[in-house]
Write a protein that binds this ligand. Sequence first.
Ligand SMILES: CC(C)(COP(=O)(O)OP(=O)(O)OC[C@H]1O[C@@H](n2cnc3c(N)ncnc32)[C@H](O)[C@@H]1OP(=O)(O)O)[C@@H](O)C(=O)NCCC(=O)NCCS
Length: 167
Amino acid sequence: MERDQLRFYAMSIDDLGQLMEIEDYSFPTPWKRAMYEHDLTRNEHSRFFVIKNRETNELAAYIGSWFIVDEAHVGTIATKREYRGQRLAEQLVAYTALQALNEGMAYIILEVRVSNAPAIKLYERMGFERVGLRKGYYSDTGEDAILMTCTQLESLAALLEIEEGSN
Ligand SMILES: CC(C)(COP(=O)(O)OP(=O)(O)OC[C@H]1O[C@@H](n2cnc3c(N)ncnc32)[C@H](O)[C@@H]1OP(=O)(O)O)[C@@H](O)C(=O)NCCC(=O)NCCS
């Protein structure tokens, strides 16, 4: 679990075996594998990234966003249980912010369950602001979503510590 072995990569179909184990563990209503396959192969707006160990290929964390017009919308983010609390989710948001800047996006936006204290804490620490409440947004539990945005993409990108992998 050496942090200095961790690198960013574009998510690939080959990552989905490991990813789905993390997905199933992490969410009350996980995405189906086919949803990831669709985003990776047929959605030109998708920007999906992983953090992996460059030696072992172990998948530690992942994020999936859609860049549309000037909006980078984070749709999924999770960290493998053993890697939580090491700021990998922060790194993924920072990396997405860098890509968003490079592609002329104006802001990042996401929804988070009102009960998801670790995620809300993470986003607020990074400078995201609460801009709305979507009542009953999550159909599985009827829970509300907090809508959060950040326009300070340079500040987010400045948090980057992990490097891009080369293969
Ligand atoms: C939310 C999640 C992605 C964070 O991943 P991570 O790599 O551990 O994130 P970070 O280390 O960057 O930050 C996590 C923060 O949550 C805090 N945290 C952890 N458990 C917590 C808890 N039970 N209550 C409150 N805060 C908690 C950590 O202390 C840390 O904040 P700090 O560094 O300021 O102390 C991860 O917990 C996860 O995969 N959860 C399941 C999927 C999910 O909820 N995704 C978000 C959907 S919006």
